[in-house]
Design a binder for this molecule. Structure first.
Ligand SMILES: [Zn+2]
Ligand SMILES: [Zn+2]
Length: 258
């Protein structure tokens, strides 16, 4: 069985747990750890887990709301950490004491029973990757932090059982916000973050009868509201607004089974 849970998502920090159980064995991957160590421990505890229960960490890119405490966590727990070479170099090429794995687009990684399939996304980081995770039976797509959908991104998201996807901002709220012009251009640009409309278009493109969960994540606190996101999701997926799931910064989401 495959299940996942956001431990919190937003511009202040992101972390997602993926768990596969088969034949009495459980494998756990933490995707991003964009919090301080103490915060991460508290959030893991709310999910009924401790850091020692994690088998590996995958860092999608070097922005602080994703890489967070990866280095300290790896040292404390002697944990394997995966990231692209560009992400590693962008954060100063730190010493992970032999526990760093270099990930790249198209090269599968095995974390116990979880197969991680990283793919390249357009975002203003050095070599950002997002992921598809599978236990062989079910598949989860994780897609935060990208400026726009490419054919490559869409191809990697076909046939999913669940998708965690960034619904970052409402374009009108961003345009009318107090953000300085350069930041509006950055966030709304081709290498920034997905607007609700852009995310809804991706959800619509990858939607099929077997897609059980779509979890909206990385919502801007200034330039978005959960009810606007739920409306956009419901329209895209042809379902009721009250069935739509959004992860928040403080609590993330409940466990979602695939
Ligand atoms: Zn981010
Ligand atoms: Zn980012």
């Amino acid at each position: 069985m495959l299940r996942f849970r956001s431990l919190g998502s937003g511009s202040t920090g992101n972390a997602t747990l993926v768990e596969a159980t088969s034949g009495g064995r459980t494998s756990r991957l933490l995707i991003d750890c964009g919090f301080g160590l103490r915060q991460l421990d508290a959030r893991l505890a709310r999910a009924g887990l401790a850091a020692c229960d994690i088998d590996a960490v995958f860092v999608t890119h070097e922005h602080g709301d994703h890489i967070g405490c990866a280095h300290a966590l790896s040292r404390r727990e002697r944990l394997q950490v995966w990231m692209s070479e560009g992400t590693w170099l962008a954060t100063g090429g730190r010493d992970f004491e032999g526990r760093l794995g270099l990930a790249r687009d198209g090269a599968d990684i095995e974390v116990g029973d979880i197969v991680v399939q990283p793919f390249t996304v357009p975002h203003d980081a050095r070599e950002p990757l997002q992921l598809r995770c599978t236990d062989g039976a079910r598949s989860l797509g994780v897609l935060t932090d990208l400026g726009h959908a490419t054919p490559h991104v869409l191809a990697r998201l076909m046939g999913l059982d669940a998708l965690l996807i960034e619904f970052n901002h409402d374009s009108d709220m961003l345009a009318g916000s107090a953000y300085p012009p350069f930041l509006k251009l950055r966030v709304g640009g081709n290498y920034g973050h997905l607007s609700n409309a852009a995310a809804a278009a991706i959800a619509r493109a990858v939607h099929h009868g077997g897609l059980r969960h779509v979890l909206a994540a990385h919502l801007s606190e200034q330039n978005n509201r959960p009810e606007i996101v739920r409306r956009a999701m419901a329209e895209a997926l042809g379902a009721g607004e009250d069935e739509m799931l959004t992860a928040n910064a403080a609590e993330g989401s409940p466990w979602l089974d695939l």
